[in-house]
Design a binder for this molecule. Structure first.
Ligand SMILES: NC(=O)c1ccc[n+]([C@@H]2O[C@H](COP(=O)([O-])OP(=O)(O)OC[C@H]3O[C@@H](n4cnc5c(N)ncnc54)[C@H](OP(=O)(O)O)[C@@H]3O)[C@@H](O)[C@H]2O)c1
Length: 455
């Protein structure tokens, strides 16, 4: 096992030859494009070795023509000839496809840091491959930790990999903890950390009535007041499931129990999260609501890089507001909390049911207010199933519920997975559970008449 301090030390080392070599998974998405904008500002500091998208072949070809990586990744093998045809004459990178392709890209020997910014559960395979291969992981794909926080912690401890959080809230916490310096001094307890407060914008539907929410359209849900993001995470922001997933992510990253993680609604999206210490002091990180800021922090860590953005204009903002979340209209937050507290695969089911429900909502097959209903029914069914199994076996945990061990970013690793083969088996088990939960979510979605009044 490689301890966390030496892992962080490795991330703190100056990149070899002055340039950090990178693989960007999800380069064609919102986070991927923002990362490339930051990289354009610092051509001497980075070498882009690999870019991977999924279906947007035209954009991937344009990115490849500009950054000239040695490797490209796409989802479908059939797209490779088209991609090759769009590349400039004389430029012929290796093009990989599908799950194995993404895994190979995330673990390339020549890559020092992998940005994992694919969307949804699909991102876990690449994140795990990077963790198993000992990479510095700039983690945007929060689902990786939601599904497999324990497995990833074990893989990092075994291989020497380290996770730097890209998600703006977790990045804010990381910054407030002085980039892991708390851990270097012996953990959160010694650093006096008592709780984390994650801020939530509240999304486009904050303050709306139940009546409005019942007939809310995808266009209305996609119209986020402060952040510009991919479709899935924007809908999660409207239901507050995004904040629920982030609570789970934070418990894995920072090793605090769910009871020490709080959410406050902060409409201006300028304070990205806070750390509270035992003396009652709170440290907050301020910044514009733009992912280039946390991305630049991770890419350059431990050095600060220009993100291309100035700080917020505080006098222009005038006032900042904070409120408690509305649990009645946004039940996803409590569902996520409960799933992590229960553990035993509940976060996997929560995420799978949510992904299916969000896709159905975007396809106009499900009412906005039925998204939490689908998630809750899938969780109830899973809870019944694992309760029936309790006498036989304690069931796979994959990382939750949180044991309340302290480390920022977390340094303990569950001893549940003896070796890489055990971790890979756990990842396969997670995807089997994910598939079962998706099938069940589809049945529930089919059974609910569109725009029905939720029970
Ligand atoms: N956007 C934000 O501001 C933000 C903030 C914090 C965290 N995050 C997290 O970052 C991740 C990415 O979010 P995003 O907003 O950038 O999403 P996005 O704009 O939808 O982009 C997703 C990326 O993943 C690729 N992709 C889609 N399905 C895939 C699959 N099945 N396998 C492999 N690759 C796939 C897409 O490729 P194609 O486009 O080529 O099909 C695209 O490159 C999510 O986990 C999200 O929660 C996002």
């Amino acid at each position: 096992m490689v301890d966390y301090i030496s892992r962080l030390d490795r991330a703190l080392e100056a990149p070899e030859g002055g340039a950090r070599s990178l693989a960007l998974l999800g380069s064609t998405g919102s986070i991927g494009r923002s990362a490339l904008e930051v990289l354009r500002l610092h051509p001497e500091k980075f070498r882009v070795r690999a870019l991977a998208g999924a279906r947007n072949i035209t954009l991937l070809a344009a990115q490849a023509a500009e950054f000239r990586p040695e490797y490209l990744g796409v989802m479908a093998e059939e797209d490779i000839p088209r991609l090759r045809g769009l590349l400039p004459a004389g430029f012929s990178p290796v093009i990989l496809s599908g799950r194995e392709g993404y895994e190979r890209i995330a673990s390339l020997a020549e890559v020092e840091m992998a940005l994992t910014a694919q969307t949804g559960a699909a991102g876990l395979r690449a994140t795990y491959a990077a963790a198993a291969a000992g990479k510095i992981i700039a983690l945007a794909n929060k689902e990786s930790l939601v599904l497999a926080g324990g497995v990833l912690r074990a893989a990092c401890a075994r291989s020497g990999a380290v996770i730097l959080p890209v998600d703006s809230e977790h990045n804010a916490v990381f910054q407030c903890l002085a980039g892991g310096i708390a851990a270097r001094r012996g953990g959160n307890a010694q650093a006096g950390v008592s709780r984390l407060i994650l801020t939530a914008s509240g999304g486009p539907f904050w303050g709306k009535t139940r009546k409005f929410l019942r007939t809310a359209s995808p266009e209305q849900a996609l119209d986020h007041p402060t952040w510009s993001m991919g479709a899935k995470v924007t809908i999660d922001s409207a239901t507050l499931m995004n904040k629920g997933l982030e609570l789970i992510e934070a418990s894995h990253l920072y090793g605090l129990p769910m009871s020490a993680l709080e959410v406050v609604v902060h409409r201006e999206s300028v304070v990205h999260s806070l750390v509270e210490f035992c003396d009652g002091a709170q440290l907050a990180q301020f910044g514009r609501p733009d992912m280039r800021v946390p991305i630049a922090y991770c890419l350059g860590f431990p050095h600060r890089l220009s993100s291309g953005l100035p700080g917020p204009d505080l006098p222009a903002l005038g006032a900042l507001t904070f409120a408690r979340p509305d649990a009645e209209n946004f039940p996803c937050l409590a569902l996520a909390r409960r799933a992590q507290e229960r553990g035993r695969g509940c976060p996997v089911v929560l995420n799978a049911a949510n992904e299916e429900a969000v896709a159905a909502f975007l396809a106009r097959r499900l009412a906005f207010t039925s998204i939490p209903l689908v998630v809750e029914r899938c969780l109830d069914e899973h809870s019944r199933r694992i309760a029936g199994e309790a006498g036989r076996k304690d069931g796979p945990d994959f990382g939750g519920p949180d044991a309340g061990r302290i480390g920022a970013v977390r340094q303990d690793a569950p001893d549940q997975y003896a070796d890489a083969a055990g971790e890979r088996a756990a990842v396969d088990e997670i995807f089997a559970l994910d598939a079962r939960a998706r099938a069940q979510a589809q049945e529930i979605i089919e059974s609910l008449p569109f725009n029905s009044k939720p029970a």
